[in-house]
Ligand binder design. Sequence first.
Ligand code: BES
Ligand code: ZN
Ligand code: ZN
Length: 482
Amino acid sequence: MQILVERKPIGEIRVEALILAIFEGEKGFSLDAAELIDSGEVTCRPLELTLIHNPKGMATIRVLLAGAGRSEQFEPAQLSKLIGAAVRYLKSRSVKTIAFEMIAGRDGRDWASAAVEGAVLGSFEPDRYKTSGDKKSVESFALVAVEGMNEIEEGATRGRILAEAQNFARAMVNEPSNIKTPRAVAEAAVRMAAKYGLESEIFGREEMVQLGMGALLGVAQGSAEPPTFVIVRYSPSFEHSQVHLGLVGKGVTFDAGGISIKPAYGMQKMKNDMAGGAAVLGAMRAIAQLKPEIRVTAFIPCVENMPSGCAQRPGDIVTTMSGKTVEVVNTDAEGRLILADALAYARKQGCTHIVDVATLTDAITVALGHQRMGLFTNHDELRERVLRASEAEGERMWHMPLDEDYKEYLSSSFADLANVGPRFGGAVSAACFLKEFAAETPWVHLDIAGSAWLDDGRPHLCKGATGLPVKTLVRLAADWTD
Ligand code: BES
Ligand code: ZN
Ligand code: ZN
């Protein structure tokens, strides 16, 4: 999709559809809008869409009135969703050229970025493997600048970079697990890194054995697909900060549960168990282009969790890279096992701060539903940085507890730790397990099991992978200036 910036009077914009955002209590600037609002047909409530054909006195073929709700509650994150919903609506009606008139007073970088993000995310479709039916696509999206607006081009570029990175993650997660093997994820990461000037390195089984990654190898041993450990490195050109941010992503390309096998119903969705890894790779793609001032390294342990004659058994004991031993009570709690070794490796690489992203527990969905990701931490300052970035990006999170005494949940008679606790508080005991491997390093864990996947589309996003929290990770790195 082409992104354009137009600086023409609105009446002269000739596209198949022009989006006009209207707030509650406003009359609307076009004659048609005023009539529709007066008649009560248009209420301007959030995400209300009304299509007008051949609008009076305008060159555009259609106008789409897009309800923006109350003006004082309208932030860039709302604009992004509104444009996403509008673009999805128009795309489904085969509209190919779209423009949006920027709102007076809501100018500048963040608004332009949000509008473009919405358009690029809204035009994404999970139809790669569909061979029949007409595939619709939007050819161009233009921002129409109101006089006096500045920084629009810069914002539009940033929005395109962010949304394309998020779509990159979404497309990866939507891939089926027969294609998206641990090796294929590693190859995609290497290709992405080469394209955007990042360094990359891939470990196979041999390197994992040398490093002592016993927990990762234990999960991998049940699958015919060999595991990979992906490392992608970004270094700023002038390194004046001591900060080295590690982004660790769970990369389970399919989670059948292993010997503690999952029920058949819904198991196909377990291709989404590498969404954390995909988000981290997506973030690196954008970081390479936006060039923050700090060092950022991504670590993604990629593995398939399968039952087989050589799979690990409940009761097996593995020795992690950190030296701690773990009793594998449930082979379906594999995410924390592979992350234990990835966290230890990120620490060894000198990361001063670590954020891990993982579809870790069903329990986080029980606690928070699909609206917010769970955030767990051992460090208040890093938590505040992540929460600030997430609020600004509209990728909502919720700070969950991680008191010392939750550790009792993970006691084992045979090893240093068990990999599961009792039934209740499952998201907390999973985080508690990871905390042991983050040790003293400032660390945030994001459990995205509830928010990485949509069973049904939303107005602004199609069903399938959401690509969360790519934008938060990018902003975290981009805003880190000290
Ligand atoms: N990948 C799952 C968690 C998950 C569930 C992600 C649903 C997305 C949607 C994870 O590996 C898992 O199986 N967790 C278990 C842990 C349990 C065995 C302690 C769970 O949450 O049921
Ligand atoms: Zn599992
Ligand atoms: Zn899993």
